[in-house]
Design a protein around this ligand. Structure first.
Ligand code: ADP
Ligand code: ZN
Ligand code: ZN
Length: 807
């Protein structure tokens, strides 16, 4: 299996001896194409020579033991089939990139070459660089020449016999080494030691270092060089000079990066409702592999999970705990480590490559510290060998779905399949289950358990809808805040309680518009207006990250009449600072949470009550548990409701109920205030009474009427290309071809709301698959049409993207 987007696996030849050594799931370096080297994965060892090509020999065996197991291979195949992507794509997505060796071309100087007069300027530069350095990578050549496209020059140099090329592979994973220090053998006797101290009597600092070393050595543990520096209060140069004098020596030990220090605690006692839910889940698991736990916010779902986890650990099996987003992990890690300590490993995309390799290896070797894996969606790819339980927390979350790049999988659904392969149980938990999961539970496909009371019998928050059309009319708005909202905030912070304010847009304002000519600055790469970020006085594109300084005057008509429209988190933060100068305002959105510990810092500060009012985007809605928050405000509910997507209403309901759930979690009843132009909207009414079942019934009715999931399935096809005409003719051809096969169940072609991103024009068609139509044969037919499409020469450069369950 090669880590490239090709459907097929390839056959390479090995000797009998190699064949006996090799096993499925080991890596080998192989060449493919003209001169490329790849890290192949052994998928099958057989004796059938390929008929269409001659099998090449493998280049190198890279593993002693398999690093991928058979269950994973089976799971990858399911993903490739179901989501209609290449197995090689799943392979590439699954392994930490350090496992996929890099192939870097290296050029060497041809010593026989002398006549430099035939070289052009750029060629001469390279030739000269090779006088000083025996070899260069293509990367370095690009640096020397200050440009990216250097292959033509390299080719010219090869033609002129100035250089030759070798393809080399090297492993990029580096275990973390820690430097230790020890005394040389000859100083271990008392006499030699006294002599040494005598000798060092004039080198005071060195003497202190040696004496401190002996103090530390009494503990009999190895001594880190860093620790000695600290304890003796000397610099690393002092230690180096002692090593140079042959008194000390350094040595290195490989350590793991992920460590937990501290004691663990026994699990909390469950209350009667949690106890009942737990026993219902256990009963449900007797018959059903999948169970949905619908527990309102703050009902104590996490504590119920811990009991189940403990039970599975006791049987010696592994547990996977899936979280929708890393924003959440810091709190859950702390909560679970409190009970399970060092048995937990964490796996997500903000971890470095090396950390991910370590977790992979720990899971592979079934180490104690990898008994519970806490991770975002990609942790379903880890080499589990005996999973007993998967918990999918906040199962309704969209971030379980990977939209880009391929494989476009939903981790919740892929986890259900994974659990089945391991004969493990899987628990889906949420206060606002997805319509699909709730439907499956109603159909008795999944087991179903409810937890309807908040822990400690705290009541659900009081939810108040504020009509801002009315407020505007009566001139009772101050900035983007109604007088009522300001009053509630003031009351809360004066009681020393905290406030969360939710605004689903980041930046200062999403649109800048000229009052004279009406034109808005647009992104040059995308078909979208630029968002104004005041702090840096910049305009930014939220689709491609393009940025430029905010102009003083309109680029179209030259007037100084640029005005901002709409508002984002940054503007709210600034308004609050003005209204509440004596209180601390914080902001949590994509712009303030970059970096590995970005979330942790803000969440930590809020927990420590260093922030009184926290403004944020939907990141704030995700299962966070703050005990001192008494008010949650939603500043503009309407933008969520008016979104062109068949799930918009369901999503708006989820989001509002989830953010509301952050209020009043521990002591008294909390407050929620929602500002809207449309207080009679049915979704807002359902939110204000937290009436999930009514929302469910109504939405399901719509889905039935308009043929959407869970009744019909959806496959979305997207075409992308720089040339609008090409995409347009491609999509029309495709639509006709699909229409011939599937008739009226093909929708489109449509142009998405942002019709061009990063200079690529985008068009969509959607295939709806009725319940009785076979999914497998639909996909087969679609694959056939795709193959024909790609055989048409003018369509070949168009990106053809298939997204199964594209929601
Ligand atoms: P959910 O995940 O359902 O929103 P949590 O599991 O976060 O709810 O629980 C809400 C709060 O109640 C947490 O602070 C948690 O520590 C506390 N809690 C829940 N169950 C118990 C229990 N059995 N004993 C003590 N505290 C509990
Ligand atoms: Zn852009
Ligand atoms: Zn203008």
């Amino acid at each position: 299996m090669l880590p490239i987007p090709l459907q097929k696996t390839f056959t390479y030849s090995v000797t009998e001896e190699e064949a006996n050594f090799l096993q499925k799931g080991m890596r080998v370096a192989v060449s493919f194409g003209k001169s490329k080297m790849y890290t192949g994965l052994i998928f099958h060892i057989h004796q059938t020579a390929p008929t269409l090509y001659e099998a090449k020999e493998i280049h190198q065996i890279l593993d002693e033991k398999p690093i991928v197991n058979e269950l994973q291979l089976k799971h990858w195949q399911w993903i490739a089939n179901y989501y209609m992507c290449a197995l090689g794509d799943v392979y590439r997505a699954s392994l930490p990139s350090a496992f996929l060796l890099e192939s870097e071309t290296i050029v060497y100087k041809n010593e026989a070459f002398v006549d430099e007069s035939i070289l052009a300027d750029d060629e001469f530069l390279i030739s000269e660089a090779l006088q000083h350095q025996s070899q260069l990578t293509i990367h370095q050549i690009a640096d020397i020449l200050g440009r990216k496209k250097v292959m033509p020059i390299v080719n010219e140099l090869i033609k002129k016999s100035v250089i030759y090329i070798k393809e080399e592979i090297y492993e990029t994973y580096k275990p973390k080494l820690v430097k230790y220090i020890r005394l040389k053998e000859c100083y271990k006797s008392d006499e030699s030691l006294n002599a040494l101290l005598e000798e060092l009597s004039r080198a005071k600092k060195q003497r202190v270092a040696v004496l401190t070393f002996f103090q530390l050595a009494t503990s009999k543990k190895p001594i880190k060089a860093k620790d000695l520096e600290k304890a003796a209060n000397v610099s690393s140069t002092i230690l180096k000079s002692l090593v140079a004098k042959d008194i000390f020596e350094f040595y290195q030990v490989q350590t793991d990066r992920i460590n937990f220090k501290g004691d663990t605690n026994s699990l909390k006692e469950l209350n009667e409702y949690q106890e009942k839910a737990l026993s219902e889940i256990k009963t449900s698991f007797v018959e059903k592999d999948v169970t949905l736990l619908h527990g309102i916010t703050s009902s104590g779902k996490t504590e119920v999970y811990t009991k189940l986890i403990q039970k599975v650990l006791d049987t010696g099996k592994q547990v996977l705990f899936l979280l929708p987003e890393i924003a959440l992990t810091t709190q859950i890690i702390t909560r679970l480590q409190y009970y399970f300590g060092n048995q937990i490993s964490v796996f997500h995309s903000k971890y470095s490559m090396n950390e991910r390799v370590e977790v992979w290896n720990n899971v592979l070797e079934n180490k104690t510290k990898a008994q519970i894996i806490l991770g975002a969606r990609s942790s379903i790819f880890l080499p589990f060998s005996n999973l007993g339980l998967i918990v999918v927390d906040e199962e309704h979350e969209t971030s379980y779905k990977q939209f880009e790049p391929t494989p476009r999988y939903n981790a919740r659904d892929a986890a259900i399949v994974l659990a089945k392969m391991h004969n493990a149980k899987i628990l889906l938990g949420s206060a606002t289950p997805s319509l699909e999961s709730y439907f499956n539970a109603q159909q008795k496909k999944y087991g179903f358990v409810e937890l309807k009371r908040r822990f400690g019998n705290v009541q659900l928050p009081k939810i108040e809808l504020i009509d801002i059309k009315e407020k505007h009319r009566k001139k009772e708005m101050k900035g983007h805040f109604s007088d009522r909202m300001l009053k509630l905030i003031t009351e809360a912070i004066e009681e020393k309680e905290q406030v969360i304010l939710f605004q689903n847009r980041r930046g200062f304002s999403p649109v800048v518009e000229c009052k004279t000519c009406g034109i808005s600055p647009q992104c040059p790469n995308c078909d979208v207006s630029l968002t104004y970020h005041k702090y840096k006085n910049e305009l930014r594109c939220h689709y491609c990250n393009y940025q430029r300084a905010m102009p003083n005057s309109c680029g179209a008509c030259g007037s100084n009449t640029l005005d901002t429209k709409g508002f984002g988190t940054e503007q709210i933060e600034l308004e609050l600072k003005e209204f509440f100068p004596d209180f601390k305002i914080g902001r949590m959105d994509l712009d303030t949470t970059r970096g590995k510990f970005g979330y942790q810092k803000i969440i930590g500060a809020f927990e420590a009550r260093e922030i009184d009012i926290l403004v944020g985007t939907q990141m704030l809605s995700k299962g966070l548990d703050f005990e001192n928050v008494s008010l949650v405000g939603i500043l503009n509910a309407d933008s969520m409701l008016n979104f062109p997507d068949f799930r918009a209403h369901e999503r708006a309901y989820d989001m509002m109920v989830q953010v509301s759930g952050r209020a009043g979690r521990s002591k008294k009843q909390g407050n929620v205030a929602i500002q809207t132009y449309n207080p009679y909207h049915q979704i807002l009414q359902q939110v204000s009474t937290t009436n999930y079942t009514e929302m469910y019934k109504e939405q399901l009715q719509d889905r039935w009427q308009y043929n959407y999931p869970p009744y019909y399935r959806l496959i979305k096809i997207t075409l992308k290309h720089r040339d609008f005409i090409k995409v347009d003719s491609g999509i029309n051809w495709l639509f006709r071809a699909l229409y011939n096969s599937f008739g009226e169940h093909v929708l489109g072609p449509t142009t998405p709301a942002v019709s061009r991103i990063r200079n690529l024009y985008i068009k969509n068609v959607v295939i709806k698959i009725p319940p009785k139509q076979s999914l497998v044969s639909t996909k087969k037919q679609l694959q056939k049409i795709k193959n024909t499409f790609e055989a048409v020469k003018e369509f070949r450069p168009i990106r053809f993207i298939i997204d199964v369950d594209a929601y």
